[in-house]
Design a protein around this ligand. Structure first.
Ligand code: HEM
Length: 136
């Protein structure tokens, strides 16, 4: 497995643990209210399970498994895919910081822009690797 896939998938697993733990706390707090502040962490739960877990797991697998080129570098311009990894993770934490406590709409917006940019960069990076059997 390539190094970037390892980073994507280990990071995804970390967010899985964080996201499910927050989800469990939110659920418990719904049945037995013990800490009202927890509701403020609902956006973080959604961020962790959707962008942190799901999106990064898919990206890590896609980077590893989709068709490669016949000439080196076999996976194309890997710097673009590393850029996506950084943008997605920075985006997640900017969004989380922007929604905790009094929060900041600007942090939320910047986080979303970073995530959107990361997705566009990944699509541009991966596009040439979507090809038929036997293509160079
Ligand atoms: C990949 C898995 C998951 C995804 C994609 C997911 C996604 C979401 C989303 C989008 C919401 C917001 C719903 C809304 O605002 O109407 C939400 C809320 C919530 N999630 Fe999750 N979630 C996942 C796993 C879990 C798990 C494992 C738990 C508990 C153990 C959990 C507990 C909750 C709770 C308690 C809420 C608040 C529900 C409410 O508004 O009453 N989630 N989740």
């Amino acid at each position: 497995m390539p190094r970037l896939s390892i980073w994507f998938i280990r990071s995804a697993l970390t967010y899985l643990v964080l996201g499910f733990t927050l989800g469990a706390l939110l659920l418990f707090n719904k049945g037995f209210p013990f800490y009202p502040f927890l509701w403020g962490l609902l956006p973080s739960h959604v961020e962790f399970v959707l962008f942190g877990w799901t999106v990064q797991l898919v990206m890590g697998m896609a980077f590893w498994i989709l068709p490669r080129f016949s000439k080196s570098p076999f996976r194309g311009n890997e710097k673009l895919a590393w850029g996506t990894f950084i943008l997605i993770n920075v985006g997640i934490w900017l969004h989380v910081l922007g929604t905790i406590g009094s929060g900041s709409q600007w942090l939320v917006l910047t986080g979303r822009v970073a995530e959107a940019l990361g997705i566009v960069v990944f699509a541009v990076y991966l596009w040439p690797r979507i090809k038929g059997v036997g293509a160079p």
